[in-house]
Design a protein around this ligand. Structure first.
Ligand SMILES: [Zn+2]
Length: 201
């Protein structure tokens, strides 16, 4: 019973996070996916889920080896999520979007591979830490998942080149705050870059 209540609480928060991201244009269409850990399973949005209309039943359970534990077909990007749960016991949620400014920033040449977003404001480092750039590979491909796993230990959050951010959190809300901070920091970096300013204080 308590277990159910805890699961329902996480589902309620996750639904709120998804809709909030969609409603404010941080993600569009059905491109984003989100998961959280509950007991010895993760619950991840089903393939084709739109964050704007997501319901609790769109979160589908997976065993930690990636096999389905009932429910709908999971997002094909589930191995990105699983890599971060395997990396750390403290990962309780993961969000992946195609947020615009993060994607734009991933085109900028010469960024630091393990820490690709400049520290123009202190908040990204305070909240999330470093953001590693994952080289471009086809979305959903084994090559992308391998490139991600290879670099998962090197940074705290991640930006898939020409694709979008992947961030872990210590809770559903923490993952949301980290994703927001990454996107806002990418926006500041992008706007300064476009204005020809280096943003140095
Ligand atoms: Zn994606």
């Amino acid at each position: 019973m308590n277990e159910d209540r805890e699961l329902n609480r996480k589902l309620k928060e996750a639904v709120w996070v998804c809709r909030s991201l969609f409603d404010r244009g941080k993600t569009s269409g059905s491109s984003a996916n989100m998961s959280f850990r509950h007991g010895d399973r993760i619950y991840i949005t089903a393939g084709g889920t739109c964050f704007g209309t997501v319901e609790p039943e769109d979160f589908t359970p997976l065993h930690m080896d990636g096999t389905p534990a009932g429910g709908k077909k999971p997002s094909k990007e589930w191995p990105l999520h699983m890599a971060l749960y395997k990396k750390s016991e403290s990962t309780e949620a993961v969000i992946h979007t195609h947020s615009t400014y993060s994607v734009l920033w991933s085109f900028v040449p010469g960024t630091e591979e393990r820490d690709c977003i400049p520290e123009h404001t202190p908040y990204l480092k305070m909240k999330l830490g470093t953001v590693g750039m994952i080289p471009y590979e086809k979305p959903g491909s084994p090559e992308l998942f391998a490139a991600f796993r290879d670099r998962a230990d090197q940074s705290d959050g991640f930006l898939l080149k020409q694709h979008g951010p992947v961030v872990p959190g210590k809770s559903v809300m923490d993952a949301f705050f980290c994703l927001e901070e990454l996107e806002e920091s990418a926006r500041v970096a992008w706007e300064l870059y476009r204005a020809g300013l280096d943003g140095k204080r």
